[in-house]
Design a protein around this ligand. Sequence first.
Ligand SMILES: C[S@@+](CC[C@H](N)C(=O)[O-])C[C@H]1O[C@@H](n2cnc3c(N)ncnc32)[C@H](O)[C@@H]1O
Length: 334
Amino acid sequence: MQVELVDILRCPATGQRLVLDGAQYIDGRVRSGFLVTERRDHRYPIENFIPRFVSRSNYAENFGMQWNTFRKTQLDSHSGHLISSSRFWKATGWRPEEIAGQWLLDAGCGAGRFAEVALNSGAKVLALDYSSAVDACYASLKHHPNLYVVQGDIYALPFARETFAFIYSLGVLQHTPDVARAFASLPPMVAEGGGLCVDYYEKSLKSNLLPKYWLRPLTRRMAKPELFALLKRLVPAMLTMSQALGSIPLAGRLLKRLVPVANYHGILPLNEGQHREWALLDTFDWLSPRYDQPQTVATARLWFEQAGFQDIELLRAGHLVARGRKPANAVSSF
Ligand SMILES: C[S@@+](CC[C@H](N)C(=O)[O-])C[C@H]1O[C@@H](n2cnc3c(N)ncnc32)[C@H](O)[C@@H]1O
């Protein structure tokens, strides 16, 4: 942890400022120690260079396992493609020059595929996740001096209000127990005049029919290592089946959806090895989370309106994207 991070951190329970206690340093960064409230009534550990505001065991453990197993898979610097970069810029609509030098919050960073994109544009990125995905993110991106990593909960963000010029949360909200409340925690953290962008699964008749939703009642209850081992065996065959169905003229595009596997052939420019790796990663991502709660377009607009945001836009870019700007001199209803 960089010492200057203390300036923006706050106790998530009381909002108090925090001070370092018993810090051990390596190469100028805090490797271990504690963050303690000024009144000394709350204490949070710093472990492996990362402040931890949540308990190690929580509903997002599947994501910790997933992102530590596939630490680099979706980083553009590793895949050799601009897949994460293109999703980030399309979703946010921000320009590299406007985020350079600004504080950005990546709420639910996972392995840091989008944090990497923002860092490459010169932003100061606070990558936050509930799970041990933060360790994967830190391991891959710690060479960026502007990367700050925190293990924390979107429902109890450990920051001073209006700290961030830009906040994004991509592919996260649907995986929280109360999606509206998870969204509501973000607007207060956006600085006046700043931008907020979220994307998530869209709720529709088509999404209700996806075969993953027939399987999830079973798979989300399975022990994660067992589910992973099972998918490791099944995914190659499911990919072949999905490909074969996909090649049937006319009906193929619909038929291939019947196989519950993340098949990116014809969608992403991956090589065969990458197709298999991304298929295993994303099929596990579909079937393992405790929560998967798609939302409608109307709901997304309502949330931004209730937060008093302007320039609200909704678009479909892979997922459903919703974005807007906090007015300068805003009086937020949150
Ligand atoms: C599907 S992953 C997306 C990760 C990353 N944004 C990406 O697109 O690669 C969802 C992430 O949300 C995180 N998450 C779920 N609930 C959270 C919460 N309450 N607070 C912070 N992060 C949370 C999970 O741990 C997981 O890493």
